[in-house]
Design a protein. Structure first.
Length: 168
C-alpha cells in the first residue's frame, strides 16, 4: 500500500476515533437493541468511508459526519423496520455525555427524545450538541428559520409530554 493511501486511511481512522461519541449518540437515539446499534455504527462508518473521497472540508469533519450518521441511521431504521428506543433502561449507556441524575430526569429526557419522529430527533440531537442553527439547517437540508420554528415546537411538545409523565 503506498504511503499516501496509508496516510489517507490513517487520517480517516483518526477522525472517526475522535468523533466516535457522535456516532454512538446517534445510534443510541435511533436504535434500542445493542447488537443492531453496533451494526448501525458499522454502517455509518462504512458510509463515511465511502463518502470520504468527496469530503471537501467546507464544513468541519464532525458536521459532515453528523449528516452522514443521521441520514444513515434514518435509512437503517426504515430498512430494518425495528422499534425505536422505548425505555432507556433497555439501553446500555455508551460513552454517556452527562451523569444520570438521582430523580431520573436524564432517563426521561432520552425516552422522550427517542419517541420523536426521525427528523425531530435529528434536530434535538444537533441542538443538544450546540450546533448553530445555520449548521443544523445545512445538515438537515432545511432553512435556518425552519430550524428555530421546529425546535420551539419540539421543546413545547417535550415539555407537555414531560408534564404528563411527571403527573402520572
Amino acid at each position: 500500500m503506498p504511503a499516501s493511501t496509508e496516510t489517507y486511511t490513517n487520517d480517516f481512522l483518526s477522525l472517526i476515533a475522535a468523533n466516535e461519541r457522535l456516532i454512538y449518540k446517534v445510534c443510541r437515539v435511533y436504535e434500542s437493541d445493542a447488537d443492531i446499534r453496533q451494526d448501525m455504527f458499522q454502517e455509518i462508518v462504512l458510509q463515511a468511508w465511502s463518502a470520504y473521497p468527496r469530503y471537501r472540508q467546507a464544513a468541519s469533519f464532525s458536521t459532515w459526519l453528523y449528516r452522514i450518521a443521521l441520514n444513515t441511521a434514518i435509512t437503517f431504521q426504515r430498512r430494518s423496520k425495528r422499534n425505536i428506543v422505548t425505555s432507556v433502561a433497555e439501553v446500555p449507556d455508551v460513552h454517556a455525555a452527562a451523569p444520570v441524575s438521582a430523580d431520573g430526569k436524564y432517563e426521561m429526557m432520552y425516552e422522550l427524545i427517542a419517541s420523536l419522529p426521525a427528523m425531530e430527533k435529528a434536530l434535538v440531537v444537533l441542538y443538544l450538541d450546540d450546533y448553530p442553527y445555520r449548521e443544523i439547517a445545512e445538515m438537515l437540508g432545511i432553512s435556518e428559520r425552519n430550524v428555530g420554528t421546529k425546535l420551539a415546537r419540539i421543546k413545547e411538545k417535550l415539555r407537555k409530554q414531560a408534564a404528563v409523565l411527571n403527573n402520572a
